[in-house]
Design a binder for this molecule. Sequence first.
Ligand code: HEM
Length: 158
Amino acid sequence: MDQGKIMIGWLFRISVLIGLAGMVGGMAMGMTRNVLLAPAHAHLLLLGYVAMFLSALYYRTAPEAAASRLAPVQAVASVVGAILFPIGIVCVRLGDRARFMPVLVAGWLTVLTGMLLFVVIVYRSTGRAAARATTEQSGEASIKARIAGTAAAHVQNM
Ligand code: HEM
């Protein structure tokens, strides 16, 4: 299996596990009627479940994006950021704000790095060069199909 497919598989698997953990956390909040950690719950689910699952779907529809050298770096940044940022929120909300602020900022910067890389990856794989490559490929395919069709017609006429 190629590296892109392995990365996509991991992104799907990690995102659903984070989704499950976030929902269990949400249920715990509901049962205890303590919503102090609601922002951690919301960011964990939106970054770790929704955004990560969507990025895996994008990589599946654009294998050339998944095969790029930036993609694994983006994937690791998105996983680390999606976990570290909510941990930072929990630490700041439950503990000493000034002491744990660096954890929150580190998580936030990792999330931002992952998103910036994803912007570059999406722009590269949907830009003019990518569109031209697709058009050239489909042009080549239609010429090949036409040649094959003409050859078949000749054989039938013989
Ligand atoms: C089993 C599933 C879930 C449960 C039991 C649950 C529970 C909760 C609870 C109890 C709150 C606090 C509400 C309040 O402030 O009164 C909350 C807030 C929130 N949840 Fe969930 N949730 C679930 C799934 C999700 C999912 C899938 C998402 C997004 C993908 C999500 C996003 C949010 C957001 C954005 C907030 C508001 C956070 C804030 O006010 O800071 N939740 N949820």
